[in-house]
Design a protein around this ligand. Structure first.
Ligand code: GLU
Length: 303
């Protein structure tokens, strides 16, 4: 058995808010409870969305919360050669194809989704799957998912099954703007960092079968997955910069940790609320129970 290795992989699109703190806390506790390592990876590959200073702000807030990481922080923006090698390897599987369609063309002929995907992604109609039409220039690279249904057991959300062909469609691994897509980068990095356990928000549950498919194509090991409920605001929207989620900052660390434990179903005793981050985390590590985490994809945010 490989020793437990977990990770937190924030995108630096803004400071840490309650929703991202919950993902950090849940993955940290699961790793520490099992005597494992916990790594931090800054997912700044989509650099047009990067907010200057956000990576450092996130790291400083993790420190203020006492969520110490092991080893060096990995930055995806410095790893494009590694993703290029993975893309090259994908070419040998016969599942990768260049696509010449613009966003508008895909939107105009997209197939209606009949599954769980609700993040605004469109189901690719397969236009370039069997070759580019004459005169077409390749724009993006996609993976052909024809005939692929995948299932896995999530430690919190239970058995998840997805028909990739009808619920997701041929997905992009290298974008028309030349950037590698999150789905490819995350799979390559989780494998290279020997991550055994991925504990993250349930907003990524629908992405997991795509990631497992890429692991299979690239012959990489499949980690265990546990998807925590996502914190949503009063309008039912996931906390994010776009929904004006408040930053935890470095002064609200103890209150945020305490609220995070309650959110994760851990029932911390009331007297813990006034204590130092180190005492809160010590209690939480001893008492951490993945089984106590609510088995739902979303919960109202207390902060
Ligand atoms: N970078 C992704 C995000 O912030 C998370 C990736 C992951 O945990 O797999 O939503």
């Amino acid at each position: 058995m490989n020793p437990y290795r977990g990770r937190f992989a924030p995108s630096p699109t803004g400071p840490l808010h309650f929703g991202s703190l919950v993902a950090a806390l849940g993955s940290w506790l699961d790793a520490r409870k099992q005597g494992g390592e916990w790594l931090v990876r800054i997912e700044d590959i989509d650099w047009p969305r990067r907010v200057p200073g956000a990576s450092d702000a996130i790291l400083r807030t993790l420190e203020a919360c006492g969520l110490e990481w092991d080893g060096e922080v990995l930055y995806q923006s410095r790893r494009t050669d590694i993703y290029a090698a993975a893309l090259h390897q994908l070419k040998t599987t016969g599942r990768l194809f260049p696509c010449g369609c613009s966003r508008k063309e895909v939107a105009d002929s997209a197939l209606p989704a009949f599954g769980g995907i609700d993040n605004g992604e469109l189901i690719y109609p397969g236009t370039c799957r069997h070759g580019l039409a004459p005169g077409r220039m390749p724009r993006a690279w996609r993976v052909n998912v024809t005939g692929t249904t995948l299932a896995f057991d999530d430690a919190i959300q239970g058995r998840i099954r997805q028909d990739l062909e009808h619920e997701v469609g041929d997905f992009v691994v290298k974008r028309a703007d030349g950037l590698f897509a999150y789905q490819l980068a995350v799979v390559v990095d989780d494998a290279e960092q020997n991550i055994t356990d991925v504990v993250r928000g349930a907003d990524l549950l629908d992405s997991t079968p795509r990631q497992i498919f890429l692991q299979q194509l690239l012959k990489l090991p499949q980690p265990h997955y546990a998807h925590l409920p996502v914190a949503v605001n009063a309008a039912g929207e996931k906390l994010s910069k776009q929904t004006f989620a408040q930053a935890i900052g470095n002064r609200r660390a103890t209150a945020a940790l305490f609220a995070g434990l309650q959110f994760l179903g851990q029932s911390p005793p009331a007297e813990l609320a006034g204590q130092q981050t180190r005492d809160i985390l010590a209690w939480a590590t001893t008492h951490w129970s993945l089984a106590a985490v609510p088995r739902t994809r979303a919960l109202p945010s207390p902060l």
